[in-house]
Design a protein around this ligand. Structure first.
Ligand code: ADP
Length: 609
């Protein structure tokens, strides 16, 4: 059953096509270009704003850090201003003679062990070659209250015992010497010198276990920073200790790093006061006072605004806006990131812009779509109208030709027999009749279209009316040779209808059934009561209608493509009138059709009350 609408496939002239494309494409391109340019401008504006913000946060960070640096230097000038817990875990205060460094760039030099009190003993040992005498001279001085004298005595006692072959006594003297931290022997802390001497003696004596213990003790004392040492002295002692101990007793890496950083930074220290950073450690000094601070100490006590990064010299600063130490007087390069994400005001603006752009594009597309639809529809209608004009002209031409031909024949041959003359007159009357029916139909359709066709509804017996119209139609010349069967119930089927209009609708359906029957010469018309009212059905077994065409048949001027090709004349208003009339009666018309099998048109009218 035909319900859908078929799309009009009317070729659109190229000019119109080009105009529509121009109307759609040009503004769209312009709009997109402008939009993109605007977005680009907005983005560069945002970048500038981000740079400004980064600069501001950089300036804030620099002044905060400069304040912290000045404060640190002030505290350094006060001496030991940080209690140990405040420095933990990765800061060390560097003071002469103290500190927790494995080695120092400039260790304090303790006083040398005394020599003068041992002039006699040394003479006895070296000139007289009498170690026992020398030992006797030294022993009393080992009890001196002065560290320098005691150290000088123990040093000699140990040596003399060795010469006299008493290793254990020598070891004991060195053991006592180890306890003296405040004296140097030939620049080396006395304690360290004594430990190493004990190790060496034990090694020579082949006393391995004691040697290992002694060497481990030496390494432990080195790690505990018992003696302030230079880097080379420390490394030398550690290396020797490890060899003797036969183990790799390493110092905590944090301490190694601290000592190394201090070594590097101390050498580079220039002005009276200032700061330097290397290997992750920052050295801040004021005169001889200095603080070596690791990253954790800085993070805890120094105020760095969010996002700003500090980079030590020699390392590549993070991406962003960077100030070098030379410009700021700070120990680090300071970087503020530039890509802190989109700024809210800009992203809102961009969203609005994008939305507006999209809305405009949608609008253009919608306008284009509707314009396109209107154009194609107009083109369709104009084609239908021109088809209609051609069809109507053709319909008029046939009877007019008949009239003219018979008129001429009657005029040219006055002696025609009366019978022939009568048949000519009859032919002329039929042509006139056809003409007037055509004119009537057109005028009627015009009135219907304009809404000026008045419908006078009255109770009408649809069955009786159908019989009358069918009888009248059967007498028409076009129905000649057709078997037209009319099936109606014996009782009246009343509907509220305009007799003339309903009669015309039935006539049109019969007319089409005959016109499109092809070689089949049987048509049936039946009237039946249905639940919603009355149904008048016209059935033929003719050409049938392709499904895609069915949907539009009831529109004015629309004709089937196949019938047009077959040259069957028509104006395309018959079914439009049927639909008009059906709807004016509160009913409708339907079609069921199969190509080559025939069609059934059903006119459904509401029953009375
Ligand atoms: P016309 O018959 O003058 O062309 P109509 O409005 O009466 O105009 O019919 C429109 C079209 O519907 C016809 O051109 C034809 O293609 C198709 N049609 C109508 N009735 C039939 C039918 N009974 N069988 C086949 N096709 C039909």
């Amino acid at each position: 059953m035909a319900t859908s609408r078929q799309k009009d496939r009317i070729p659109v002239p190229r000019g119109i096509l080009a105009a529509v494309v121009a109307v759609v494409v040009l503004p769209s391109i312009t709009l997109v270009t402008l939009g993109l340019r605007l977005l680009e401008q907005d983005r560069s504006l945002e970048q500038r704003r981000q740079t400004e913000l980064a600069e501001a946060s950089l300036e804030r960070a620099i002044s905060a850090l400069q304040k912290d640096l000045a404060e640190t230097q002030r505290r350094l000038s006060l001496g030991n201003a940080w209690p140990e817990p405040e420095l933990a875990p990765d800061a060390v205060l560097l003071r002469r003679g103290t500190g927790r460094f494995l080695y120092l760039p400039e260790p304090p030099v303790p006083p040398e062990a005394a020599n003068e009190p041992f002039a006699d003993a040394d003479r006895a040992e070296f000139q007289a070659g009498d170690p026992a005498q020398a030992l006797a001279l030294c022993l009393p001085l080992a009890k001196s209250t002065q560290d320098t004298v005691r150290a000088g005595a123990l040093l000699r006692i140990a040596r003399l015992h060795r010469k006299l072959g008493s290793l254990d006594d020598a070891l004991e003297a060195w053991r006592l010497l180890v306890a003296i931290d405040t004296v140097a022997i030939a620049g080396e802390p006395a304690g360290l010198m004594a430990r190493r001497a004990r190790c060496r003696a034990l090694e020579q004596a082949g006393r391995r276990r004691e040697l290992e213990q002694e060497a481990r003790q030496l390494l432990r004392e080195l790690q505990a920073t018992r003696w302030p040492l230079r880097q080379d002295a420390y490394l030398d002692a550690v290396e020797q200790g490890r060899r003797w101990a036969g183990v790799d007793l390493a110092a905590p890496p944090e301490m190694e790093k601290q000592a190394e950083a201090l070594q590097i930074l101390w050498g580079r220290r220039r002005a009276e006061e200032g700061g330097l950073c290397a290997s992750g450690f920052t050295l801040i000094w004021h005169g001889d006072e200095a603080l070596l601070a690791g990253p954790r100490f800085l993070a805890r006590y120094w105020e760095t605004p969010h996002g700003v990064q500090l980079t030590c010299e020699g390392k590549l600063p993070a991406a962003g806006l960077t100030r070098q130490p030379a410009l700021t007087g700070l120990p680090w390069s300071i970087t503020a990131p530039l890509d802190a994400g989109p700024l809210p005001e800009f992203s809102t603006r961009r969203t609005v812009l994008m939305a507006a752009l999209t809305a405009m594009l949608i609008l253009i597309a919608a306008v284009a779509y509707f314009a396109w639809r209107a154009i194609t529809r107009e083109l369709g209608i104009s084609r239908l109208q021109s088809d209609f004009v051609a069809a109507v002209s053709h319909e008029f031409r046939t009877p007019l030709t008949t009239l003219r031909q018979f008129g001429e024949m009657l005029a040219e041959e006055p002696d025609l027999p009366a019978e022939t003359r009568l048949s000519y007159y009859k032919a002329q009357a039929r042509a006139t009749d056809r003409l007037s029916r055509l004119v009537e139909t057109l005028l009627d359709f015009g009135r219907m279209e304009a809404g000026r066709r008045p419908y006078q509804l009255e109770p009408v017996d649809a069955a009786a009316l159908t019989r009358e119209v069918t009888a009248e139609f059967t007498n028409e010349p076009m129905a000649r040779g057709f078997l037209i069967e009319c099936l109606t119930p014996g009782r009246p089927l009343l509907v509220d209808a305009d007799r003339e209009a309903l009669g015309r609708a039935i006539w049109n359906l019969l007319h089409n059934a005959v016109k499109y029957s092809g070689n089949h010469r049987e048509v049936r018309i039946e009237v039946a009561a249905i639940p919603s009212g009355v149904c008048i059905r016209v059935v033929d077994h003719g050409l049938g209608i392709p499904l895609p065409e069915q949907a539009r048949l009831f529109e004015k001027f629309v004709r089937g493509e196949s019938v047009r090709r077959l040259g069957i004349p028509g104006t395309g208003i018959g079914l439009a009138m049927v639909r008009h009339i059906a709807e004016a009666h509160g009913g409708h018309v339907e079609v069921e059709s199969t190509v080559g099998e025939g069609s059934t048109f059903s006119l459904v009218l509401p029953g009375r009350g």
